[in-house]
Design a protein around this ligand. Structure first.
Ligand SMILES: Nc1nc2c(ncn2[C@@H]2O[C@@H]3COP(=O)(O)O[C@H]4[C@@H](O)[C@H](n5cnc6c(=O)[nH]c(N)nc65)O[C@@H]4COP(=O)(O)O[C@H]3[C@H]2O)c(=O)[nH]1
Length: 959
């Protein structure tokens, strides 16, 4: 039996699924029409934003100077060749400024509705109310309404199409006369547009292979056509059918359990009723066959006579009944005895017949239920007797009791079932024959009105015909989506779970889940996930996806793809000075300008902060593609009004090409970024093409940062020392500490490569501290080797002067190592003083007050402003070795070197010449009055252990 039921259920589910397919088709129809509408909205918005610069013209009319107006109109016209003329009008239609359409009559355009654009009319208004006294109008070429296509960002639309329809359908945007603007797949010809020209109806009959929808934009001249393959829908249904079949079966089983509770209770009741009637029948048999006890009592004598069956009922043998009424009375259950007395009294009022029901307690311990029926018979003499029957009804009584219990059970289980439905935390109704038979509280609240119940109402008041049809078919389970119309409030979209109620006639249980918010939330999430909130541009994730797609396309059609990483120069300064709100405004303006500069040919996205990434497919030579760069730079450089100030921004751009510089999106973006970084290093406001050695530099930076920002500098770094000598006798007068990184990667073991990198990364501050401390630590040994008067010179970077508390650091280094302050000399370059001159002068004074000497390094290469230098508290200047080396060629005009030495001596400071390599240079310097020297002539930089050898160098003058 259960097998038959199961087969029936499976067959039922199969029928449901077939019908599910029909519903899916209906949903599909709705979806493609929704997709077409969404696509129209999207393209409308795109055209709006493409026309952003036109709309931005409204801003220029803040300043009604005709020259300014004309210039701005001309700029926009140059960017939009499809729009040949613009004019700014005052409120009365008088022309304030016009370009491209001089002498035209603009009055009709004043009557054009706001924002209607590129229609069939010759002139239309695009700006109407800002400020209220003016309008900016644009003339379109009436003969070329298809120019609208240039305003559509085809790849952006294709992106949107992917989200709307995934891969199953075809979406296309045409001009009304059939020109294809964009589609989500290749190979769509204008004939395709003609084929679907009858709005909303397939040209072929229902056997056609497609569903389609066609929607025309109300604002711009284009139409959207959407089709879906019937085969694709079938596949999707196949994919969905399996889980929903299982779900349907599970639901049916669940409902069967519920219905089973009903059915069991009902059957139980039927069985009891049958038992009751059987018992009644038996009773009839008993009566028929004489199985009723008969009795006759004489009330005046107290005697009673019995038929034989009375003994069977009472269980008392005849000999013990002895014909006494009292004997019977004693057998009656004590609780029922008062009832017996009352029954007897009834004969005082009449002759009967009267019935009394009571229990008898049999001698064998059994309790039986009997009914005594009696009537009074009076003879002619006036003597009367009571006579009647006694019938055992124990079985009947028990059945009656069970029936009463079962009635209670049945009422309880139905209440439980109703309660179960009422507790479903979603609106739920049972629809039977098109009427609402049951509605839980949630349904009453969501669909109905406070003063009017849903019960008995026509379901068509709330549900559309398709949904009603699905419900009306009955016998099905599954989910459908529908728009519901509550009596109060807005219609809402809901997911309906339908299941058959199996209790005789066919009803459908409908559980509703409002998905309006969920849909809205999904759409918002989708947009947020792919777009930058501030600029509305695609965000990093979506950029990467688009780039990956473009790379794939490039590989197919053998075209080129250029990736630009654009970073605004010194944008932080704008942010810091003008605040983040105006900084945001700048980023929005830059976004518009980038769009203009690219002529809508590429894709731009915001990578983060002030970084933008542009992707430009191209077909011609690379040199031609690169022509966009000056255009971008010029667009960004245009003066920008921000918060009452005029700013001129610049940018650094890194360029990378697919697939030469990377075959995937991440690599290409990273390499364009590396090239941008190189452009920044080269002084900003420039652009650089990526080359692999840039990557090596970037890796070196990374190594420096990871290895030299750790705590183990002692294991990585070392100091070498170069002696300074008196020019006349060659005695050692000081030593300079020079940094080395023995295990450095690449050529970073020498400071002229390493130090600039450390400066760039900021690591110089921490490493400078290490050098200072290490030099002071080695001072004691140097004093032992070269004498206590030998000063140690330590190079100090500009960043240490600006970013660290140099005075405190020097003091700590001296205290911790025990080196005397008088033995320490700090070498600083002129540029170090220039960043914060007043603070630098103050710091130097404090250092000198401690007893530390100050030397000006690389003298002659910097600003050498004598006025300024005279304010610095210096002890020594060191002539840069490039001036000394210029003396190597004896025929070189020595006048520059002479002036440098002269300048240094005139500051009345100790003068040391660096880079002395030949005896000739030494003699020349001596002759010019420079008596202290440093250079390879005396010693190369050596480790501490080798410094002892410098104590008594051979006098080079003599050699
Ligand atoms: N051709 C030639 N070169 C000579 C001669 N005599 C000395 N030199 C080199 O000239 C540089 C002198 O150091 P500097 O002017 O302070 O120039 C230094 C200094 O500005 C910077 N530097 C070195 N160590 C440190 C440091 O610990 N901290 C900071 N902030 N800068 C350092 O790196 C620069 C280069 O250092 P080095 O490569 O060690 O190069 C040293 C030294 O090896 C010579 O006769 N001929």
């Amino acid at each position: 039996m259960s097998a038959i039921v199961s087969i029936g259920v499976i067959a039922l589910v199969a029928v449901l699924q077939v019908d599910g397919y029909r519903r899916m088709v209906a949903v599909q129809r709705k979806q493609i029409s929704a997709a077409a509408n969404a696509l129209v909205r999207m393209v409308d918005q795109q055209i709006d934003s493409s026309l952003g610069p036109l709309l931005a013209l409204r801003n220029v009319v803040d300043d009604p100077a005709p020259d300014v107006l004309r210039q701005r109109l001309a700029e926009v016209q140059a960017r939009h060749p499809e729009l040949p003329g613009f004019v700014a009008l005052d409120a009365r239609g008088g022309v304030l400024a016009a370009v491209g359409t001089a002498g035209a009559d603009w009055a009709p355009a004043m009557r054009a509705p706001p924002l209607s654009l590129l229609g069939a009319t010759v002139r239309v208004a695009i700006g109407t109310t800002t400020p209220p006294s003016m309008r900016v109008l644009v003339a379109t070429r009436a003969a070329e309404p298809a120019a609208i296509g240039t305003l559509i960002d085809a790849d952006g639309v294709r992106d949107g199409m992917t989200h709307m329809m995934l891969a199953r359908g075809t979406l296309a945007v045409f001009s009304p006369e059939g020109r294809l603007f964009v589609a989500n797949r290749e190979g769509i010809s204008p004939h395709w547009h003609d084929a679907w020209n009858n709005e909303g109806h397939a040209p072929a009959d229902e056997d056609s292979d497609h569903f389609h929808a066609r929607v025309a934009s109300a604002r711009y001249p284009f139409v959207v056509v959407v089709t879906v393959d019937r085969a694709g829908v079938f596949e999707e249904w196949m994919r969905q059918a399996q889980p929903s079949m299982l779900g349907g079966l599970a639901l049916i089983v669940l409902l069967n359990v519920g219905a089973g509770v009903f059915t069991r209770a009902y059957r139980h009741q039927v069985r009891l009723v049958e038992a009751l009637s059987r018992t009644t029948r038996h009773l009839g048999d008993v009566q028929r066959t004489g199985h009723i006890g008969l009795w006759e009592a004489d009330l005046s004598t107290g005697t009673i006579a019995w038929s034989g069956h009375v003994h069977e009922i009472t269980g008392f043998p005849p000999e013990r009944m002895e014909g006494r009424q009292g004997t019977y009375f004693k057998l009656i259950h004590p609780e029922d005895q008062p009832g017996m007395v009352a029954w007897l009294r009834r004969f005082e009022q009449g002759d009967g017949p009267y019935d009394v029901e009571h229990r008898l307690c049999r001698p064998d311990g059994r309790e039986v239920q009997v009914v005594l029926r009696g009537a009074r018979i009076t003879d002619e003499g006036g003597a009367s007797i009571l006579t009647g029957t006694i019938t055992e009804i124990t079985a009947l009584h028990e059945t009656r009791l069970r029936l009463r219990d079962s009635d209670r059970d049945l009422a309880a289980s139905e209440a439980a079932y109703r309660q179960l439905l009422a507790r479903v935390p979603l609106p739920l109704v049972i629809v039977r024959d098109g009427l609402i038979e049951y509605a839980n509280l949630f349904a009453e609240r969501r669909l109905g009105r406070e003063d009017r119940s849903l019960l008995g109402r026509d379901a068509a008041d709330f549900l559309d015909s398709e949904t009603l049809e699905a419900i009306g078919r009955g016998g099905e389970s599954g989910n459908i989506t529908a728009w519901l119309e509550p009596e109060e409030g807005m219609p809402f979209e809901a997911e309906l779970a339908l299941s058959q109620v199996r209790d005789g006639s066919r009803g459908t249980l409908v559980i509703m889940r409002d998905v309006t918010e969920q849909r809205r939330y999904e759409e918002r999430l989708n947009h947020q996930a792919t777009h930058d909130e501030l600029t509305g541009l695609p965000n990093r994730r979506s950029l990467r996806e688009t780039l990956q797609r473009l790379i794939a396309r490039t590989a197919l059609d053998d075209s080129g793809l250029m990736v630009l990483f654009i970073d605004l120069d010194h944008f932080k300064v704008i942010n810091d000075a003008l605040g983040h709100a105006l900084g945001d405004q700048v980023l929005r303006d830059i976004t518009l300008r980038l769009g203009d500069a690219l002529f809508g040919e590429g894709h731009v996205g915001r990578f983060g902060g002030d970084e933008f990434v542009a992707m430009l497919p191209f077909t011609g030579p690379v040199a031609q593609a690169l022509q966009v760069l000056p255009r971008i730079q010029a667009a960004i450089e245009e003066p920008l009004e921000v918060g009452g100030t005029v700013q001129r921004l610049r940018c650094s751009i890194g360029v990378a090409f697919a697939t030469r510089d990377g075959a995937d999106a991440d690599t290409l973006i990273r390499n364009a970024d590396t090239a941008m970084y190189d452009a920044k290093r080269s002084g900003r406001h420039t652009w650089k093409r990526y080359s692999p050695d840039m990557h090596a530099v970037a890796m070196a930076r990374l190594t420096v940062l990871s290895r030299l920002s750790g705590a183990h500098l002692d294991d990585e770094l070392a100091l070498v020392w170069q002696t300074q000598h008196a020019g006349d006798d060659g005695r050692v007068i000081g030593v300079e500490a020079l940094l080395r990184w023995p295990s450095a990667p690449g050529d970073l073991d020498m400071p002229d490569r390493l130090v600039p990198l450390l400066e760039e990364t900021g690591a110089i501050v921490q490493i400078g501290q290490w050098v200072l401390r290490e030099a002071c630590r080695q001072q004691r040994r140097i004093a032992q080797l070269l004498g206590p008067d030998c000063r140690i010179a330590v190079n100090i970077s500009a960043q240490q002067l600006v970013n660290a508390d140099l005075v405190a650091e020097v003091r700590r280094a001296l205290e911790e190592t025990g080196a005397p302050a008088s033995s320490l000399e700090l070498e600083l370059t002129e540029s170090a003083f220039m960043q914060e001159p007043e603070r630098a002068i103050q710091t130097l004074h404090e250092l000198r007050a401690m007893g530390v000497s100050i030397a000006l390094d690389d003298f002659g290469t910097g600003y050498s402003n004598l006025m300024y230098l005279s304010r610095l508290p210096l002890d020594k200047v060191k002539i840069d070795r490039h001036f000394t080396s210029a003396l190597l060629q004896e025929d070189v005009d020595a006048s520059i070197c002479r002036s440098i030495v002269f300048l240094a001596r005139n500051l009345r400071l100790e003068v040391v010449a660096e880079g002395v390599e030949t005896p000739w240079q030494r003699r020349w310097l001596m002759a010019e009055g420079c008596t202290a020297m440093q250079g390879w002539l005396f010693s190369r930089p050596v480790p501490l252990d080798e410094l002892g050898a410098q104590v008594a160098p051979a006098d080079p003058v003599a050699s």
